[in-house]
Design a binder for this molecule. Sequence first.
Ligand SMILES: Nc1ncnc2c1ncn2[C@@H]1O[C@H](COP(=O)(O)OP(=O)(O)OP(=O)(O)O)[C@@H](O)[C@H]1O
Length: 342
Amino acid sequence: MLTVEGATVRYGRFEALAGVQWSVGTGESTVTALLGPSGCGKSTLLRAVAGLEPLAAGSICWDGVDLATTAPHRRDFGVVFQDGQLFPGRTVAQNIAYGLARRHVRGRAAADRVAEMLRLVQLDGFGDRPVSALSGGQAQRVALARALAPRPRLLLLDEPLAALDSQLRESLAEAIGDIVRRAGTPTVLVTHDHREAALVADTVSVMRDGDIVQTDTASRLWRRPVDEETARFLGARASVPGTVRDGVLTTALGDARLTGSADFGELRDGPCTVALRPEAVSVRPDPEGDAVVEHAAALVAGWRVRIRMGDEVFECVGDRPVRPGARVRPTLEPGAVAVIGR
Ligand SMILES: Nc1ncnc2c1ncn2[C@@H]1O[C@H](COP(=O)(O)OP(=O)(O)OP(=O)(O)O)[C@@H](O)[C@H]1O
């Protein structure tokens, strides 16, 4: 298990990591996403774990052993960066075998392991290809196979899908999750995309301004973001005051029974702040409704509707066309609302 305690990294006077506390590889969780906006320090934390960035303070331990004096290549961590960084003049198989030779796995044993890795990343038959003849997605799968071949105790993936188009990203994100679970290798995936984090990870750690602000399952993160900034980063567009009583949330936009989700299990009665993604509020035409439509646009399924209620404006969804100026009634969707805080 990886334990990061008080990890601090400074570039000159700028503190890129501000005393990070973090654990990876606990319990049933195989994949941890390290999620946060650009510049929050994700890569710096990953590089520090890999031994590529010296700590100004704090420690990074594996199973209780401090790695401060362990060189990067002796940490037994596999690393994949955004662009894979394959060795250009070599074949796919030679790339995958690279880390094996350094571990004195050669000959038949190395060839078997390379074949096993090619099967794992579904590139059987690609061993003799030069890596220059691969697509972007294939190249990243080779990079993954190369990192997994020496059986690292931890795999560190720094935005491995960032250079790929969105459709490929989604399918490859799922494939990465399957591959590392089959290999049984605890994995950290750096991403700034919360959808990608939710697709792949068992656990998501949200990072901001050089610190980790929340670690939870994706489902709990959606429903119980630790603060408003985290909720906004996860797609919330607005927040409203609410009250919880006996599992029912009441807001100016309607009520929602929250007892259906374990993520709301320990919610205490009393006032709260509710974060609203557009999907959390649906509207239907109603001449008696409290809200007026400002704008409506067709989505692939349904409508995105902007409404005004008094001084406040909310993004909502609807299942039928509504015209600007029309009156509508909002309803809260219990499966999509988020209640901020612990
Ligand atoms: N070598 C460096 N010298 C000075 N500042 C740096 C250096 N590397 C990173 N930084 C700064 O540290 C902060 C964290 O950078 P880092 O690359 O870890 O962020 P990130 O969350 O991975 O961002 P992105 O998603 O854009 O890659 C940024 O403000 C960055 O400008």
